[in-house]
Design a binder for this molecule. Structure first.
Ligand SMILES: Cc1ncc(COP(=O)(O)O)c(C=O)c1O
Length: 392
């Protein structure tokens, strides 16, 4: 409680003309430059002071030459995973690189061949299906069960039927974007059995892990068992947690030496030599000193979430939303309105609101909209009131 009072998430910060995708791409995306942006998954909050000070100090030194990643980076990642998620990671398992998606692409290249299949539970953050497609892999979509009430769930019997002998990888989004699910131990256990039965390697995107709400616990998939650790590559980044996505810095954790060697070779083939100078500087500060800020952020986001759910409740049953267990994203089920996806999008744009259309995350997202609630509370209140008026 004390921590929440010492950080300011309420004061609006003007982000226009800062080369921000969320603000500066509004005209292109929505046909209007003035919609309240509730789309791209970054936050309208200042990064932690420890990060800003470290960057300012490094920027004050006038030479920005070639950069070497010190051992402290992997050590801090390992300590962070142990402290936050109870996973004993060896620093040597950690490879740093320029963003989670570039690392995902390298991992797909290193661990599968063109023409092989990659299975992905859907709907999902769209690059997780686009990336294997762009690399010439066949994507097998594994639809999640998404009822009107209650959280989305794995549909393992149906998924088992969909997997072919050519399926090499499964990409897991854990916690899940856009559903905000934190997968439980029993769910992950059954998914692990499926992966073992079908001899799949798992790429586990855990970028939202630190944004898990009280009452839920993020479980790193690789930490389930030694058997799973040997076939899982975990991808993560301080980008979401500390709102530093523009610094393009992420890492993979690869416990199996043979897979690590393959990934290292693929990284070298692309000349991916670790993070850039400022991304590295931010990572060291964030994982070293950012935890109090993170506690305050999560308290603020939880209050924003309460406000959003309470304000939207009168729209039920035509618009409903399961409470996300992690992330700052609401997955609004608008199917009860009976509108087409185009009509739904139009109605919200006319109300001055820029949300992500559910179809962005796959055909399973038809009738849904994704709302990012990581913004100052007064702005969020305004957005929610407009949303209720537009959909009532
Ligand atoms: C699940 C997931 N993975 C990856 C990313 C992007 O990661 P990066 O910016 O490090 O490439 C996002 C961003 O929204 C995400 O939601």
């Amino acid at each position: 409680m004390g921590a929440a009072l010492t950080y300011d998430f309420d004061t609006p910060i003007d982000r226009s003309h800062t080369h921000s995708v969320k603000y500066d791409r509004r005209q292109a995306k929505f046909g209007r430059a003035d919609v309240l942006p509730l789309w791209v998954a970054d936050m309208d909050f200042a990064a932690p002071e420890c990060v800003r000070l470290a960057l300012a100090e490094r920027a004050a030194h006038p030479i920005y030459g070639y950069t070497v990643t010190p051992p402290a980076a992997a050590e801090l990642v390992a300590a962070w995973q142990a402290r936050r998620h109870g996973w004993a990671v060896e620093p040597e398992w950690v490879l740093l690189g320029p963003g989670l998606l570039p690392l995902l692409a390298v991992a797909i290249e290193a661990l599968s061949r063109p023409g092989e299949a990659v299975a992905v539970p859907t709907p999902v953050y769209n690059p997780l299906t686009e990336c294997p497609e762009r690399l010439g892999r066949r994507v097998i979509r594994l639809p999640l069960r998404q009822g009107q009430t209650g959280p989305a769930e794995f549909d393992l019997d149906a998924w088992s039927e969909s997997l072919t002998p050519e399926t090499r990888l499964l990409i897991l989004c854990s916690p899940h974007n856009p559903h905000g699910r934190v997968w439980r131990h029993d769910e992950l256990e059954r998914l692990a059995q499926l992966c073992l039965r079908h001899d799949l390697l798992i790429l586990s995107d855990e970028i939202h892990a630190d944004l898990t709400y009280p009452g839920h616990r993020h479980l790193p998939f690789a930490n389930s068992s030694a058997e799973l650790a040997a076939r899982t590559v975990t991808l993560n980044s301080p980008g979401k947690t500390f709102n530093i996505a523009g610094l393009n810095t992420a890492y993979v954790i690869v416990p199996a030496p043979a897979q690590r060697t393959r990934l290292q070779a693929a990284l070298q083939a692309h000349y991916f030599e670790g993070p850039n100078l400022f991304g590295l500087t931010a990572l060291l500060a964030a994982y070293g000193e950012g935890e109090d800020w993170l506690a305050a952020l999560m308290a603020y986001l939880a209050d924003n979430l309460d406000l959003a759910l309470a304000t939207l409740a009168p729209l039920a049953p035509r618009v409903v939303c399961a409470r996300p267990q992690a992330t700052h994203l609401l997955w609004l089920d608008c199917r009860g309105l009976g509108l087409s996806d185009a009509e739904l999008k139009r109605r919200l744009i006319d109300a001055g609101l820029g949300l992500s259309p559910g179809t962005q995350f796959g055909p399973e997202g038809s009738g849904f909209m994704r709302l990012n609630f990581a913004l100052p509370r007064a702005k969020l209140r305004e957005a929610l009131e407009r949303l209720v008026a537009a959909l009532a």
